[in-house]
Design a protein around this ligand. Structure first.
Ligand code: HEM
Length: 90
């Protein structure tokens, strides 16, 4: 991971849909990842990956390919940890 991690409440994650000029963020095991740099490289396509954007992505991910090493591939894209609403800080 590079730089300080943000505390990210659900309301902030929700805005990061990869649309309207926003980066695409999704979460896995309590950590939030910016998947924008990976969108064009995802073997399952950009649209599929964007289905997990702006929300918790673990369930969708595990449904499709539980064998893929998320942390190994996206570890460097971790931008923060999910916290409860109101506990966030940038
Ligand atoms: C394929 C990574 C999220 C749908 C793959 C493959 C990798 C990968 C490495 C190739 C797997 C293989 O051939 O064994 C990731 C990572 C994700 C992610 C790092 C982290 C967010 C998602 C999500 C969806 C999705 C959220 C669906 C909503 C698919 C599909 C394929 C695929 C359908 C199959 C493509 C094919 O074989 O034709 N992904 N994926 N992925 N992914 Fe993802």
């Amino acid at each position: 991971p590079s730089g300080a991690l943000m505390k990210i409440p659900p309301s902030l994650l929700k805005q990061q849909t990869g649309r309207k000029g926003k980066d695409a963020w999704t979460s896995y095991k309590g950590r939030v990842y910016n998947v924008t740099p990976y969108l064009n490289f995802h073997p399952g396509g950009k649209a599929e990956l964007l289905r997990a954007a702006g929300r918790e992505g673990e369930a969708l991910f595990m449904e499709v390919h539980p064998w893929v090493n998320w942390e190994g591939m996206l570890g460097e894209c971790c931008v923060g940890i999910l916290v409860g609403e109101g506990e966030g800080s940038l």
